[in-house]
Design a protein around this ligand. Structure first.
Ligand code: 9L3
Ligand code: MG
Length: 135
């Protein structure tokens, strides 16, 4: 069971920001998404808030403790019925490592955001993140 929020399955992603750079993660699964880059995150569990889900996903996927910041305005359609919502996240402890669902991580500066092959849905989300982080 996945939490449905106003008829949408919500997937949360974190714009993890540290020392002027944004963390990008390369997916290792499923095969059709492998090799493409994303803001790390995943689906809400039943009864879970978006912020709780974000903290849990970043812990599971990257092995770090984070603190959610602000929601990036907007939401992006993943596929019919599925939407992506993004929050900024501050690194509280740990060093991100590709523990689950990713095989490479990169910290990207503002001028490096175009250097990785983002998932189609993440591209406009990253643009919105950049507009927020580097106004
Ligand atoms: N997805 C797309 N961009 C993202 C994230 C975190 C997720 N930044 C898509 C990939 C999957 C679905 O959402 O189709 C669920 O994500 P996950 O639980 O496999 O990470
Ligand atoms: Mg995930």
């Amino acid at each position: 069971m996945t939490l449905h929020n106003a008829d949408h399955v919500v997937v949360v992603a974190g714009a993890l920001y540290d020392r002027g750079r944004l963390l990008a993660a390369r997916r290792s699964a499923p095969p059709e998404l492998a090799g493409r880059w994303e803001l790390p995150g995943g689906k809400l569990e039943p009864g879970e808030s978006a912020e709780k889900a974000l903290v849990r996903e970043l812990r599971e996927e990257l092995g770090v403790e984070t603190e959610p910041g602000e929601r990036i305005p907007g939401e992006w359609l993943l596929k019919p019925g599925y939407v992506l919502r993004v929050w900024t996240a501050r690194l509280v402890s740990g060093e991100p490592a590709p523990l689950e669902d990713h095989d490479e991580l990169r910290w990207l500066g503002r001028d490096e955001l175009g250097s990785v092959d983002w998932l189609d849905v993440d591209r406009p989300a990253v643009d919105a993140v950049a507009a927020r982080l580097w106004p």
